[in-house]
Design a protein around this ligand. Structure first.
Ligand SMILES: *[C@@H]1O[C@H](CO)[C@@H](O)[C@H](O)[C@H]1NC(C)=O
Length: 225
């Protein structure tokens, strides 16, 4: 738990979160899309509750994802990955975003853009210089895409592949809704797998429901392979 740092503005928590100066460009706050259009943020309807009609104003996920402070880190990542940023702006493609809470990302044993294999291959300076930056960006992209479901509505039990290619589904059990992902295939990525509680990662709420999909808030990070 890092309640104090989470209370800071997003940019501050991102800077605290970053350990490496050259990675800060990934995290810098971009000009927020000006969301003049009104869109209701959902309070806490679970995903199994029949969705009400999406925001009639035509807002898209990119317009609203910034408004949720508890997923500010993930939301800033989505703007750093072009494939994802474009998709969330595109009203012709539906998406369910599985956004881990800030605390879950900050609690990871390593940063989402770090991969132990890079350290094995390139040593301690694996993320220095232009090559290092591109390596980090590739890892960050995989992490973000593993949380992007190219379907909405997404039905309970329906197995889908995320943009990263990992298979995910969600279910309701014991009054909780959880998302599960197939187990990690990469032995070196097991620290992501360790984030998975048996039965999956809890869905906290549906934060937004707009024309091209929904933003769900997750208590943890999904593994990917
Ligand atoms: C996309 O989402 C909208 C709003 O929920 C829905 O009406 C529409 O059927 C969805 N389209 C597809 C292809 O799933």
């Amino acid at each position: 738990m890092k309640p104090a740092s989470l209370a800071y503005p997003l940019i501050t928590s991102c800077l605290l979160f970053s350990t490496s100066a050259q990675l800060i460009p990934f995290l810098k706050q971009r000009n927020s899309p000006a969301p003049d259009r009104q869109s209701p943020l959902m309070d806490a309807p679970g995903p199994a509750i029949p969705p009400s009609s999406p925001d009639p104003s035509g807002a898209v996920i990119a317009d609203v994802i910034d408004r949720e402070q508890n997923i500010g880190i993930f939301s800033s990542f989505t703007r750093d990955v072009d494939t994802v940023a474009r998709r969330l702006e595109d009203s012709s493609q539906n998406t369910t975003v599985l956004a881990p809470e800030n605390a879950a990302i900050m609690g990871l044993p390593r940063k989402p853009w770090q991969d132990p294999r890079d350290y094995e291959t390139f040593g301690a300076n694996a993320y220095d210089g232009a090559d290092g930056e591109s390596r980090a960006h590739k890892n960050l992209r995989r992490f973000v895409e593993a949380h992007i479901v190219p379907e909405s509505p997404w039905r309970e039990g329906q197995k889908v592949r995320t943009l990263a290619g990992n298979t995910v589904w969600f279910e309701s059990k014991d009054g909780k809704k959880t998302v599960s992902a197939v187990p990690c295939r990469w032995p070196t990525s097991t620290d992501y797998c360790l984030q998975i509680q048996p039965g999956g990662v809890e869905i906290v709420n549906v934060a937004a429901k707009v024309a091209n999909g929904e933003v769900w808030v997750l208590k943890g990070v999904l593994n990917y392979a």
